[in-house]
Design a protein around this ligand. Sequence first.
Ligand code: HEM
Length: 365
Amino acid sequence: MADARAIFTDNSHVKDPDQAEPAAIAIRRRRATIPDGLAFPDDQRASMLELDGVEHTRVRSPLVQALYARIAAFESHCIRIVEDALNRIEGRAEFDLMKELAEPVPVSCIGAILGVPPETLATFRQWLDDIVQTFNPNRTPENVAALVAASNGLAHYIRGRFADAKLNPPDDLFGDMARAQAAGAELSDTEITYNIRGLLIAGNVTTTDLIGNTARLLLTYPEQLHILRTAPSLWPNAVDEALRYEAPVDFTWRIATHAENLSGCPVHAGSALNVFIRSANRDEAAFPEAHRFDVTRPRASRHLSFGGGAHICPGAPLARMEAKHLLSRLFDRFPRLRLSDPSVSPHWRKLPGFRGLESLVVRID
Ligand code: HEM
């Protein structure tokens, strides 16, 4: 944990894949395997995820400032989205919690922040599902075709929305960015639109997995759920404990820019510093009895599931808000909620780098 934190906070470490040595395959892969047929193949160079130093701050700051303000004002809307989703499962006996709740709620929330009309959300979800294949090194030709079509559909949609927002800024994140640009923020249209796309992609499968993983843990360890039923104020801590125990993102990276010694391990300029979040989160030195899921754990939020340093995840408050409201209301409204068949092993999704469930079939009757 301490080594991982030190890697994140040392600003000499960078994220630009071009600075990694050729042997750093995992870091260089994504840029090296851009599929043919993308309408805007060079856009990804604008991604804050791979920018460093002053360029990273220039692009990230105005976007994240606008995002934080939107999230801070979003709580009551988030609660409405959660109640609507729960209304839709009312009266059902058995359902897949991933399909009915964990997938639709995050896309509805980020969709609302971006002003996406409800009737477009289904298309949006399909685009996001297809684009996630970007992270799959074993994707099939069919996956690639769907990924290219979805990427282009989403890129055209976002570019169109931002062009409209510049003419007449709406009350959403597109409008915020149009106003910021008009007020002098030094961001190009591509930097804005590509990073709005980034918010969508980074924020969906991850939050879906947080919701699914937390639900599964509470259904698997009923004594922990019982603690929450008697002390609901522990819900935020429970969500952080689930983030620690079952991190939705397996790893993130930095690249060394000079020779150094990291806890006895020599590295050179260009070395990949792959930080395995799931391992750091189970470090006994940081979390006593680290392999125990404990919703009362003191300082559970000191996990590294959102990374750290200058690149720390800007969507963390939104993900925490969605998971807390959705799960606390779900267990409240459906007190008989249980796994449909506790003898079935968890059905993990096969997407390298992400820890989440393909399905979680539950009963509420
Ligand atoms: C449980 C949900 C989530 C998890 C576990 C998660 C995890 C992460 C991690 C590990 C990173 C890399 C940080 C680093 O390298 O230090 C990251 C970056 C990022 N995340 Fe999240 N994330 C989540 C939700 C979200 C949401 C909801 C959004 C947007 C609304 C979002 C947007 C981003 C963006 C834009 C970055 C890049 C930041 C940068 O490089 O400056 N994430 N996230």
